[in-house]
Design a protein around this ligand. Structure first.
Ligand code: SAH
Ligand code: SF4
Length: 362
């Protein structure tokens, strides 16, 4: 057996790997890359099965108080048309999700804080929980919030929270964010630990192919995710946006094909390290290649997040360039998506929240 196969077999059997072994796997190309994906898929089938869960993504607002250097809706980008969806539009998107068998929804937005804002989200959560039957899994992705706010939202019906660490390397994190208290690595970590203590199903993730990011750092990201014992992970390629400060470093990052390859390899390695978590096939993968999400499904991902934001607003929520718009008629797109997923040997599981086994086993 080759060294590569030995490393892969050992990881699949034990769920453990040294950092240098992960860098070997993350560097896989050609036949080795295919072997890595196939092994991840094998582990996925025996740990969480062939199901793929749908999570309807609603981009509630692009207002943000932060200035992450990579993000297209950062506060300082004056070319963005800012919007806030009203409660009725959000509720009708949620109803669409429930009526079409989505097991969960994710409410995402730029980061805002304050009593009025907190109350507004609380009211919305209460309306969703009381009016939508059967119960949907409700995921929030609203950035860093004080513990009291996270508790209030949990008590109002939110069950899951997504907060990406972006990179587990504090020095790289500093390079990607303004150097001030609003963008502190340690407060991001503190929020993740508060979420865990409050009983949320916790999701995080990283961007892949960032300027200044090495393959060793990505291996460390994987080990960090494993140590954190998170329940859900969403990770995908970094995609430069021309109205951001990081745009000028776009020549320093790997080419699109390489960012895609690396992202799929990250998904596969993560499935081997954490067999029972939920892993999303993120939309950013689809920007790199039209079937990018399907490649992730074939490498162990088990969640897909169709965008169900009202179409007129999807253009204004451009975190990165070339974001795909959801098809005009999502109802027509769903059977297509189901077919694509079945071609990957998997099956969309409707009408079930799809809580991660990792959380249920905790
Ligand atoms: N404001 C919240 C949620 C919205 S941003 C937050 O920051 O947590 C959601 C995610 O989009 C971020 O965590 C980041 O990982 C991703 N993102 C932002 N800009 C990106 C870019 N240029 N390329 C790829 N992903 C990006
Ligand atoms: Fe705001 Fe999130 Fe973008 Fe940072 S990544 S600028 S917090 S929307």
């Amino acid at each position: 057996m080759s060294d590569f196969s030995l490393i892969l077999e050992r990881l699949a059997a034990t769920g453990k790997a040294e950092s240098e072994h992960l860098t070997t796997l993350l560097s896989a190309r050609g036949e080795h890359f295919a072997q890595l994906c196939a092994k991840a898929q094998e582990v996925r089938m025996r740990s969480v099965g062939s199901w793929v869960y749908l999570r309807g993504l609603i981009e509630m607002s692009n207002l943000c108080r932060k200035n992450c250097l990579y993000c297209g809706i950062r506060a300082a980008n004056s070319s963005v048309t800012r919007y806030v969806l009203d409660a009725e539009s959000i509720l009708s998107a949620v109803t669409f999700a429930a009526d079409n068998g989505f097991g969960s929804i994710a409410l995402q937005a730029g980061e805002r804080v304050g009593e009025v804002y907190t109350r507004r989200v609380t009211d919305l959560l209460q309306r969703i929980s009381s009016s939508i039957k059967p119960q949907l899994g409700i995921t929030l992705s609203l950035g860093e919030q004080p513990e009291s706010v996270l508790r209030e939202w949990k008590n109002s019906g939110a069950t899951r929270y997504l907060l990406r660490i972006e990179t587990s390397d504090p020095k790289l994190y500093r390079m990607l964010h303004p150097d001030n208290d609003l963008h502190s690595f340690s407060s991001r970590l503190d929020t993740l630990s508060n979420l865990r203590n409050l009983g949320y199903i916790v999701g995080t993730g990283v961007m892949i192919g960032l300027p200044g990011q090495s393959i060793e750092m990505l291996a460390q990201d994987l080990l960090w995710l494993q140590r954190q014992e998170v329940d859900m992970v969403g990770m995908g390629p970094y995609i430069p946006h021309m109205d951001t400060p990081l745009w000028h470093k776009r020549h320093e990052i790997p080419r699109a094909e390489e960012r895609l390859r690396l992202s799929i390899a990250m998904v596969a390695c993560l499935r081997l390290l954490m067999p029972t978590i939920n892993i999303a096939a993120t939309t950013a993968l689809q920007v790199m290649q039209s079937d990018g999400r399907e490649l992730a499904i074939r490498a162990g991902a088990n969640v897909i997040m169709p965008n169900i934001t009202p179409e007129c607003r999807q253009n204004d929520y451009a975190l990165y360039s070339h974001k795909p718009l959801a098809q005009e008629n999502l109802l027509d797109a769903l059977p297509h998506l189901q077919r694509q997923i079945s071609l990957c040997g998997c099956e969309v599981q409707l009408h079930t929240p799809g809580d991660p086994l990792h959380f249920l086993n905790r």
